[in-house]
Design a protein around this ligand. Structure first.
Ligand code: 13P
Length: 251
């Protein structure tokens, strides 16, 4: 089995104006230009995408959006389609982040439609899943993740999902400074890979990249990346500063 190429992705959430986004991306491009063995992605806010795409064009820094709406176009005030995201220069899109599930009522079934729309347009979907603190305490971690995967990926074939990236982000570890231990994360990543094998096939299970997210920092990335089933990271807070994010990229 060939080792999966790591992906280090920065989710900028609702931070940075257009000017700040361009400045950060420009610094990051310089700091990471020597990286060849790791894929890099940043996901600024929608308003900065087209500007940042000019900064990262022709570099090793990929661009992603933080959400999409599944219809191609129409009377959906305030929403943005996969085609629009593509035309702004993106190749990735984050889907189903726990903050969208928590604050914007996203469900596994909306995640499913969004993944479908991303795939149809040729965007690489980064599907976020994860249990809350109370769910983990009640020993429901695996059943919650099972449901999120089953419903989120309902109706797809393994052929459809060749580009899919999964991000395991335990909700209790996001923005809290509480990282899952590398052992806890590895246990879940192993579980997810076997779930993909059962639901689809071994090829997909072995090639799919499963990222860890939740308080990833320069001082814990190496340990996380040493785990056999952790293929990268989805980084929030520590991706906002290009110097700090570059240290994570250079794990
Ligand atoms: P933090 O790295 O700030 O904990 O955020 C993780 C996250 O939600 C990335 O999508």
């Amino acid at each position: 089995m060939g080792k999966r190429k790591p992906l280090i992705a920065g989710n900028w959430k609702m931070f940075k104006t257009c000017t700040e986004a361009v400045e950060t991306a420009s610094k990051l491009v310089k700091l990471s230009s020597n990286v060849t063995d790791t894929d890099i992605m940043i996901a600024p806010t929608f308003t900065s995408l087209a500007l940042v795409s000019k900064v990262v064009a022709g570099t090793n820094v990929g661009l992603g959006a933080q959400n999409l709406f599944w219809e191609a176009q129409g009377a959906y005030t305030g929403e943005i389609s996969a085609q629009m995201i593509l035309s702004a220069g993106c190749s990735y899109v984050i889907i189903g982040h726990s903050e969208r599930r928590q604050f914007f009522s996203e469900t596994d079934s909306s995640v499913n439609k969004k993944i479908n729309s991303a795939i149809q347009s040729g965007l690489i979907p980064v599907m976020c899943i994860g249990e809350t603190g109370p769910e983990r305490d009640a020993d429901k971690t695996f059943s919650i993740l099972d449901k999120q995967v089953q419903m989120g990926l309902e109706g797809f074939s393994s052929g459809n999902l060749r580009s899919l990236v999964i991000a395991y982000e335990p909700v209790w570890a996001i923005g809290t400074g509480k990282t899952a231990t590398s052992g806890q994360a590895q246990e879940v990543h192993r579980f997810l890979r076997s779930l993909i094998e059962k639901k689809f096939d071994k090829n997909l299970a072995e090639s799919i990249r499963i990222l860890y997210g939740g308080s990833v920092k320069p001082d814990n990335i190496a340990e996380l990346m040493s785990m056999p089933d952790i293929d990268g990271a989805l980084v929030g807070g520590a991706s906002l500063d290009p110097e700090v994010f570059s240290k994570i990229i250079h794990f």
